[in-house]
Design a protein around this ligand. Structure first.
Ligand code: GRG
Length: 403
């Protein structure tokens, strides 16, 4: 793991320039060292390329983005631009009333089904969506269901039969959803959602690309490759959700910065998921951990398959956990910018998922044969912490979040 990382921090005072906090690893601590003004808004934990601190510390330079980060940041900018455009043209955006009562009934039924699926597979998140306005709640359900169905193609009961050609068909079907030609009821709900909210198709396409990647790849040479995978399968969810969840009318943050935070939450969640599931994935012949970083700690695939918790493994895991926490930290700053009604479910999922990292530590880094999980009492407490954070004044929230 890298010696240094730049982490984007939204400037609540309404910046003309985004701000970055410079974080440096010293021994086992991340030390906030100085703030830099940078022209580019994205420098999310670009740690793996910034091992030479002199590169990051020169304030006159744009932070160097890796190829994956640049590729992903272009999607962030595109999505943010779409939202801004929608905001500016909001008065012109009157949809003709062409839907017949029977179409409306069918759509309502479709959304209801999406809600049932969400309630069944993501209970806590579903409860959180109940706080949102009915339009937003239904739209989030429709997006959730599409993501779930996409994931099931490679992870569900028929996963062994799935081929790249089937994913191509799923992508053509996605294009039709965005062209208002849905194939089934659940697609119809998504079609309706993407016509009501400024949601870009790219993150959806990219999630399918993530499934293709999972089919053809079982090793990641470095963090750049892993970052791209995490964006495809989880960062995309953040980008799809924010246009629906909405940014608070009181927010002074730049739209693209809120989207970068949403992306960070997806990446943090996925990194956590990977760290929790090392043993389970290894039993399927998969290792998502960066190969070069394993090697830096004197570890190899064989060590992962052997599943022994050694001092080398502990040291490696400490570094990986540290990086996941950096991404959670970057995400936190964006949650406070979301529309008030959307903050609670996001805080809840952030706090709950981040606790999995604590659970891995509590298991003495045995993620080979012990599953890290958050107990019921802790879960319940987290929900009320999330509630408090969501409904305090934004200025207080960031202070509290660091407590
Ligand atoms: C922070 C801001 C501004 C917005 C929030 C934007 C959102 C909603 C981001 C969340 C992205 C997200 C939920 C990504 C999915 C990540 C993930 C690893 C999900 C795990 O899914 P499962 O595999 O079902 O998990 P379990 O195995 O833990 O059940």
């Amino acid at each position: 793991m890298p010696a240094a990382a730049l982490v984007w921090v939204p400037n609540a005072a309404g910046p003309t320039q985004p701000e970055f906090k410079y974080l440096e690893v010293r021994g086992t601590f991340w030390v906030k060292q100085k703030k830099l003004k940078c022209r580019s808004a994205n420098a999310m934990a670009t740690s793996h390329i910034h091992t030479d601190t002199s590169i990051v510390m020169n304030p006159s330079q744009k932070p160097m983005l890796s190829s994956s980060e640049q590729r992903v940041y272009d999607v962030v900018l595109k999505q943010a631009a779409m939202v801004k455009e929608k905001k500016e043209n909001v008065s012109l955006d009157v949809k003709p009333e062409i839907a017949s009562p029977s179409t409306i009934d069918l759509l309502n039924e479709a959304y209801q089904r999406c809600g049932e699926v969400c309630a069944e597979y993501a209970k806590t998140f579903y409860l959180g969506t109940l706080l949102m306005t009915p339009e937003r709640r239904k739209a989030i359900w429709a997006i959730y269901v599409w993501c779930r169905r996409t994931d099931e193609l490679v992870d569900g009961p028929n996963a062994t039969h799935i081929t790249p050609a089937a994913l191509d068909r799923w992508e053509r079907r996605l294009e039709e959803v965005f062209d208002s030609r849905p194939y089934d009821m659940l697609d119809a709900a998504l079609s309706d959602t993407v016509s009501n909210f400024p949601v870009d198709i790219q993150p959806f396409r990219d999630m399918i690309e993530g499934m293709r990647m999972d089919l053809r790849k079982s090793r990641y040479m470095n963090f750049d490759e892993l970052y791209l995978y995490c964006y495809y399968v989880a960062g995309t969810v953040g980008l799809m959700s924010v246009p629906v969840m909405g940014i608070s009318p009181d927010s002074n943050a730049r739209t693209e910065n809120v989207y970068s935070a949403a992306l960070a939450l997806g990446i943090a969640n996925q990194l956590t998921n990977i760290l929790r599931d090392v043993g389970e994935d290894a039993r399927r012949g998969r290792i998502y951990l960066p190969q070069d970083e394993l090697a830096q700690f004197g570890l190899s695939d064989e060590d992962v398959f052997a599943g022994q918790v050694t001092d080398r493994w502990r040291a490696f895991m400490k570094d990986q956990i540290k990086r996941a926490r950096v991404f959670f930290g970057a995400a936190e700053e964006g949650v406070t910018e979301l529309d008030k009604a959307s903050r609670w479910p996001v805080w809840a999922s952030l706090i709950l998922y981040r606790q999995i990292l604590d659970a891995i530590e509590a298991n003495d880094y045995n993620n080979f044969s012990k599953r890290a999980y958050v107990g019921k009492v802790k879960k319940f407490l987290s929900l009320s912490t999330a509630y408090t954070r969501a409904y305090l004044h934004p200025k207080n929230i960031s202070n509290l979040a660091r407590a």
